[in-house]
Design a protein around this ligand. Structure first.
Ligand code: PLP
Length: 458
């Protein structure tokens, strides 16, 4: 009886949360301030927070804090709650699974949902060739495994990543990540045999087109690493933390072709871009690129920890039995959630919805750009849209204005994130289920934020 009462109250607590912004106190409110003080004495300093507010409930496109403020969510917990917070199918699937079993370890007594997730990922990932999938817990863990697999398959060691790349915080993925502060500073030594190549960055690249940018990268790899030594090239089809950089058309395809010609595994890190976020199931599809290995995580399971490596059967099957795995990888609650996420994307047409969000957001932001020259570049695909903020009259990065605009949005009840090597990119990752009304209201506040900070940095 208790269990029934509890689940009923959980259902009520998310579905009765109205989809509108509401400020009950100044932000942060008194209860959040108390909890922030408690955090400081209990939680390691290194674990930072974007906003000083503590969450109480979240549903769809809003997060309610412990003081009763309801915030519009343009962050989705960093591109995770793509199907909306507390998405009904996800909540139901997890609740059902938690009542049956929470863990057996797939490597001890396997369960069907893991195989179902693998089967569906194999069908969803680009390319009609035979594929296999292995499941893990975090994006970084899946990236590390993709590299293990590529190394065994090729018998080579070198891995090439790109300028501005972000691949995680574990030792190997820190080495792959470009930015020192805060991700790497003081945490070395880093994993060896990692090399960095220049990216295609249209806003800052002048006239270099996608093919020329790819040649710039591959000729550097040939000279400085040697194609025969390279196990894998790993790239985010649209960079996430690095600044939502969309490479020029043809760049990814030319890189993939070079990899094919040289026996190098092409790994697409779709941890942030995957799962309908960019208006395709995977961002590689926009460029008709079929990666050898595809890494997914973040949006895959509605917030439950799950990640995957999916790819060519001959590559994936290279490591020996027992060479891949982990205690929690493909946890049954996370697998139940992932199946519900895939159902939701399909049933609710969320890939199309991501494209609508792109049209709405880029339309309004380009409009604002005509009035505010500090919006140097508006870019992105689907519901992964960003503004690169620069000093007027040039392209010098302006992280101060970026911080000020984000702080204004936070104070007015809109969750936004920043990113970029220079910290001058405002990024938007709304859940795909957010309403147009909420999006417009949030964009009104972003516009007001630019107007309010206009004086200081002209
Ligand atoms: C977030 C992210 C990762 C790391 O994922 P974690 O789950 O935080 O380990 C890797 N690659 C990309 C592109 C990401 O955005």
């Amino acid at each position: 009886m208790n269990a029934v009462t509890t689940t009923d109250s959980i259902a009520a607590s998310t579905t009765d949360l109205p989809q509108r912004r509401h400020l009950a106190t100044t932000i942060p409110g008194p209860r959040s301030q108390q909890l922030m003080a408690a955090k400081q004495t209990a939680v390691a300093l290194g674990v930072g927070t974007t906003m000083p507010v503590f969450a109480a409930r979240a549903a769809g496109g809003v997060v309610e804090d412990v003081d009763g403020n309801v915030l519009i969510d343009l962050g989705s917990g960093i591109a995770v709650t793509t199907v909306g917070s507390s998405a009904p199918r996800v909540v139901d699937a997890v609740r059902d699974q938690v009542g049956r079993f929470t863990h057996t370890c797939f490597m001890v007594t396997p369960y069907e949902s893991y195989v179902q997730v693998a089967t569906r990922l194999n069908a969803l990932a680009p390319g009609t060739h035979e594929k296999r999938t292995a499941l893990f817990n975090s994006g970084a863990e899946a990236v590390e495994n993709a590299i293990k697999i590529a190394r065994v398959h090729t018998g080579r060691q070198a891995v090439v990543a790109f300028d501005h790349a972000y691949h995680g915080r574990t030792n190997l993925t820190m080495a792959l990540t470009a930015k020192s502060m805060p991700y790497k500073h003081g945490f070395g030594p880093f994993a060896p045999e990692v090399y960095r190549a220049p990216l295609s960055y249209p806003y800052r690249d002048g006239d270099i087109d996608g093919t020329a940018a790819a040649r710039r990268a591959t000729s550097l790899i040939e000279k400085q690493v040697g194609a025969d030594n390279v196990a894998a090239v790993i790239i985010e089809p649209i960079q996430g933390e690095g600044g939502f950089i969309v490479p020029a058309a043809g760049f990814l395809a030319a890189l993939a072709a070079w990899c094919r010609d040289n026996g190098v595994i092409f790994i697409a890190d779709e941890v942030q871009t995957g799962f309908a976020r960019t208006g395709a199931m995977f961002a590689c599809e926009h460029e008709n690129v079929v990666p050898d290995l595809l890494v997914s995580a973040k949006g895959i399971a509605g917030g439950l920890p799950l990640s995957a490596v999916t790819g060519r059967a001959d590559v994936m099957d290279a490591p020996h039995v027992g060479g891949l795995g982990g205690t929690y990888g493909g946890n049954p609650l996370a697998c139940a959630a992932a199946l519900a996420v895939m159902d939701t994307i399909e049933a609710d047409g969320l890939i199309g919805r991501a494209r609508q969000i792109e049209t709405l957001m880029t339309g309004r932001l380009r409009d604002l750009q005509t009035r505010q020259s500090r919006l140097g570049d508006v870019r992105g695909r689907g519901a992964m849209i960003a503004v690169e903020i620069v000093h007027p009259g040039g392209t010098d990065p302006d992280p101060d204005t970026t911080k000020a605009v984000a702080a204004f949005a936070h104070a007015h009840g809109v969750i936004v994130l920043t990113c970029g090597t220079h910290g001058n990119v405002l990024r938007f990752l709304p859940p795909l289920t957010i309403s147009d009304d909420l999006l417009h209201e949030a964009l009104d506040i972003i516009e007001a934020a630019f107007d309010a900070t206009a004086g200081g940095h002209a």
